[in-house]
Design a protein around this ligand. Structure first.
Ligand SMILES: [Zn+2]
Length: 261
């Protein structure tokens, strides 16, 4: 059963030396990856990769950490590709209080644009949140339409309450390598509570390799199996079951069921 890494920065320079190996895995073993854009150039590059490989998909968006430099022309470059069938999500977008590269009100403005685009295009959001969990959930609840907002809380590290409020809005919860770390016992408890049909796995490569490969750099999509192993153990299911569930969930959130080969 192939794995689905729902969040990888395949256009990253650190990934570049490993790209051939990754693409081989994707083409030969039908592993699926969503390549996540962070600015116009990266979003376009992710789409180019997706166009040339059946099992790669792209997300287009402007990352909150870089949003101080974004102008309308950058947004236009996202709009140019958003209708392409291989652009399956809007992002990476979100809110971040850890890095103070961009004023929070400017981040909010860009985030709301992405949310609006997601509604208009009927494509899910890929949401980054760092050190502003309460602001994020309150923003999502405010912007939801008919109490719904479709998207992925990527590399989730929040509380059970936040997870529940996201789930109530119809969102998916995606776990990255962090959940495998020794110190992440509380996060593993949260991972136990996510319904079978809403859990996803990702690497967020090239960042933070999962245990036991934590010292390996860069993190690559193949390592997502370690996150799958950890979550299967925590949730008391077989690895095969966890992989099957997360693969089906990823196809559902990205609207890929019809294109499955
Ligand atoms: Zn990311």
């Amino acid at each position: 059963m192939p794995l689905f890494d729902t969040h990888a920065h395949l256009d990253s320079e650190q990934i570049h030396p490993h790209l051939d190996e990754i693409l081989k895995k994707v083409d030969e073993e039908a592993m699926r990856i969503t390549a996540i854009g962070t600015d116009p150039k990266s979003s376009h590059r992710c789409l180019e990769l997706a166009k040339s490989h059946d099992n790669i998909f792209a997300a287009a968006g402007l990352h909150p950490n870089y949003c101080a430099k974004f102008e309308d022309s950058h947004w236009q470059a996202i709009l140019e590709i958003v209708d392409h069938p291989k652009v399956v999500a809007i992002g990476e977008t979100g809110l971040d209080k850890y890095w103070d590269d961009c004023p929070f009100d400017v981040q909010q403005k860009w985030f709301e644009r992405h949310v609006d685009l997601s509604f208009r295009k009927n494509k899910p959001l890929v949401i980054h949140t760092r050190e502003c969990e309460i602001e994020m959930i309150e923003t999502l609840e405010r912007l939801a339409r008919d109490n719904r907002i479709i998207g992925i809380m990527h590399s989730f590290v929040g509380s059970e309450d936040t997870a529940k409020r996201c789930l109530d809005l119809g969102m998916y919860i995606s776990f990255a390598g962090m959940v495998t770390f020794k110190k992440s016992a509380a996060l593993r408890e949260v991972a136990k509570t996510i319904p079978d049909d809403r859990i996803l796995i990702e690497t967020d490569s090239p960042y933070l390799s999962p245990h036991p490969l934590r010292s390996k750099r860069p993190n690559v999509p193949m390592y997502v199996e370690h996150t799958a192993n950890c979550l299967a153990e925590v949730r008391g299911v077989s690895v095969e079951e966890l992989v099957t569930q997360t693969f089906a969930n990823a196809n559902r959130v990205f609207n890929l069921e019809d294109t499955q080969k």
